[in-house]
Structures are given as structure tokens and as C-alpha cells.
Write a protein that binds this ligand. Structure first.
Ligand code: GDP
Ligand code: MG
Length: 364
């Protein structure tokens, strides 16, 4: 894990190419992923910021520069490249995307490579897949992406009735699954314009389809949308950790707000807090790691959406949360559930948020 943490430490951004026809809902999805109501800032390939009015003008003329990097202020750790894909079927457009993907795959540093592709297809249409869309999934340049790259297909707008589902299977999923390089994951999105809609599934599916652990860690600890995915990965990779320090490190590293303070000293402080609360854990080789992992996850979760427990405030908030959690009724319930059915329990924990009173509320 140390090597994975080192690689992750040297990466500041997760880079995604989002492809899809004009009005497929790309920008709307990206805003949701980054919890932003504002448009992204645009940077050229040289990293220099570009005046959005210039971009708007060229977009108006149908030009869309895949090389530009889109960054949202609300989550600057994602870099997006946006392309209208193969809408016009124009050979030039297709070539541009292919070249971009190939060139990015050849970049010597992981930071400059593409880490995922989101391919958007609005399926609220009776038009079948375009030949150009199909050709994309035959292209081995996409597969060269594999430094952990993924190709996910996102379908905007849920189709509810039986006939709609049939059409989806016949017109879209069926043909794509039979391609040489079918999408690694597939997500059907709700109406993204609704306040209650979420992109949790997109985050979850993307994380699951990344096969490089350092990139997986990067993605999970950069996204700030789905805390369950952090918990799930913290558990998945941690059940056979040996020492309390290792458990603390390998659990906390999946949480975006904790990543900012992933320094040895802070981790040692957290491990000390745990040692004080669970003095017998390290003495007893039969102690289940899961009790520690759960305690850490539940206490770390607090800060995920609360500014107060971020950065410098994390360790005190963690201590406060642990004060309330260790030995509490909630912990008993968590462990009872675990002993009843460990596999199902882990899934339950990861899908239901087990909250304890927030550190702030507890002070009043
Ligand atoms: N009904 C509905 N409209 C959407 C949805 N997502 C985006 N839109 C609308 O579709 C239009 C195009 O969306 P946009 O995100 O700009 O698409 P882009 O061209 O692919 O970036 C906008 O008017 C959005 O408000 C959705 O899930 N449902
Ligand atoms: Mg757009």
C-alpha cells in the first residue's frame, strides 16, 4: 500500500474525457459531479486560463476544443476534457478525438494521461446508435488508455416503461456489448435537472471499473460526492492490515477531506486516539480489524460534508467523534450487525449512512 500512497501523493488531478453529442447533458453531469452551479473555468493545454467569452464564440461556430482543460472551482482536483464526440459523423471530428486519446495515452507521466472516459448517450430517442459511436468501441486506441483508464457509458434520462427498456437494450446496450472494446461500465442517470437527482452511481461505477489501485485511490479521494464509495474501499482493502497505524492510514486515505492532512504526524495522532480508546486491540491478535475500520470510517465521515472538520480541524473532530462513538450503543449495534452477517453488513454500512451526532452538535 505504501507504493500506492506514494503514487497517489504525486498526483493532484484525476483527468476525465467526457464525450457526447451537443445537448447530451455533459456540462450538467460535470456540474453535478463537482457540486457546482457555476460553469467551469477553461484552461488551454499550456495551463493558461482562457477567456470564456472567446470559447463561447468558437463553440457558437461549432468548434469545440478537446485539448482545453475544464476545472470547476468547487472541486479543482478534477480536470475534464469535453468533446462533442461524433455527432456530425465528420471524419475530422473523429480523428481529433482518436488523436487526443492516443496522444494522452503516450504521455510519459501518469498525471498527464487520461484516467477515464465518460461516453454520454441520450437514449430518449428512437434513433439507433450512430455508426461513429459504434466505431468508437471498436477502436483499440481507447484500450491503450489502460493505465487504469475506463470507458463508461452514461445514459441520460431514465426510461421507465417496458417498451423503453426494450428499445434501450436493442438500440444501445446490445450493440455496444458486442463490440471489441465494450464499455467497462454502464450507468443510467436520473433527470439531472432535478435537485434530488444524484450522480452517486456514476461515481461508484467509475471507481469499480478502474483497475489500477493508485488511480482508484486518486478517484475515490478526489470525488466529493459519494462518501459511501470511500467507506466501501476503506473496508475492501483493509481487512488484513496488520497494525493499528496501518489500519488508520489505509482507512483514512480514501476520504477526500482527510487526504489533505495525510501526514505521518496526523495519522500517528489518530492512531494514538484509537489506541487510547481500544487499548486491547493490538494485544489481541483475534481482534477483528473491522471494528477499528468501522470506527474510523464513521468518525471520518463526519467531516465529509462539514467544512468545520476539514484540514487543521480534522484531528480534533476525529477525537471528538471517537469520544462519542467508542463504546456507544451505535458501536454495539454496528458490531452486532457485523457478527450477524458480515458480508451483508458491509454492504449495508456502505449503502446506509450510519451517523453519530456531529462533533459540533455534541458541543452544545
Ligand atoms: N430533461 C432533462 N434535461 C437535461 C438533463 N440534463 C441536461 N438537460 C438540459 O439539456 C440541455 C443541454 O445540457 P448540457 O449539460 O448543456 O449539454 P451538453 O451540450 O452536452 O454540455 C440544457 O438545457 C440542460 O438544462 C436531464 O437529465 N434531463
Ligand atoms: Mg456543454
Amino acid at each position: 500500500m505504501d507504493a500506492v500512497l506514494d503514487i497517489r501523493s504525486n498526483l493532484s488531478h484525476f483527468r476525465i474525457l467526457i464525450l457526447g453529442r451537443a445537448n447530451a447533458g455533459k456540462t450538467t453531469i460535470l456540474k453535478k459531479v463537482c457540486n457546482s452551479i457555476d460553469d467551469p473555468e477553461i484552461y488551454g493545454p499550456d495551463g493558461k486560463e482562457i477567456d470564456p467569452s472567446i470559447v463561447k464564440e468558437s463553440e457558437g461556430r461549432g468548434l469545440h476544443d478537446i485539448e482545453n482543460q475544464l476545472i470547476f472551482k468547487s472541486n479543482p482536483q478534477f480536470i475534464f476534457h469535453d468533446s462533442r464526440g461524433f455527432e456530425s459523423g465528420s471524419a475530422l471530428e473523429i480523428l481529433r478525438v482518436k488523436l487526443f486519446i492516443t496522444r494522452r495515452a503516450e504521455e510519459p507521466t501518469l498525471a498527464e494521461q487520461l484516467h477515464a472516459i465518460w461516453y454520454c448517450l441520450p437514449t430518449d430517442t428512437d434513433r439507433p446508435l450512430l455508426a461513429a459511436d459504434q466505431a468508437f468501441f471498436e477502436n483499440d486506441a481507447n484500450n491503450n488508455l489502460l493505465t487504469g483508464g475506463v470507458i463508461s457509458m452514461i445514459e441520460r434520462r431514465k426510461r421507465q416503461n417496458e417498451r423503453a427498456r426494450e428499445m434501450l437494450e436493442t438500440n444501445f446496450l446490445g450493440p455496444l456489448k458486442s463490440k471489441q472494446y465494450p464499455p467497462a461500465g454502464y450507468v443510467q442517470l436520473d433527470n439531472m435537472l432535478e435537485k434530488t437527482s444524484s450522480c452517486h452511481e456514476l461515481i461508484e461505477t467509475t471507481a469499480n471499473t478502474i483497475d489500477d489501485k493508485a488511480l482508484q485511490l486518486l478517484f475515490v479521494s478526489v470525488q466529493q460526492n459519494n462518501v459511501n464509495v470511500c467507506i466501501r474501499y476503506a473496508i475492501r482493502y483493509n481487512l488484513d492490515s496488520d497494525t493499528l497505524f496501518e489500519i488508520v492510514e489505509e482507512t483514512l486515505c480514501w476520504f477526500p477531506h482527510v487526504w489533505q492532512i495525510m501526514r505521518k504526524r496526523n495519522l500517528e495522532l489518530c492512531a494514538k486516539i484509537m489506541r487510547d480508546k481500544y487499548p486491547n486491540f493490538e494485544q489481541d491478535p483475534a481482534s477483528p480489524n473491522v471494528q477499528m475500520i468501522m470506527a474510523i470510517c464513521i468518525c471520518a465521515e463526519q467531516g465529509f460534508s462539514e467544512g468545520s472538520a476539514r484540514s487543521q480541524g480534522f484531528v480534533p473532530a476525529f477525537e471528538n467523534a471517537m469520544e462519542h462513538y467508542a463504546g456507544s450503543e451505535l458501536e454495539k449495534k454496528v458490531m452486532q450487525e457485523y457478527h450477524k452477517s458480515s458480508g451483508a453488513f458491509l454492504l449495508k454500512v456502505a449503502t446506509e449512512r450510519l451517523l453519530i451526532p456531529s462533533a459540533e452538535a455534541a458541543e452544545h
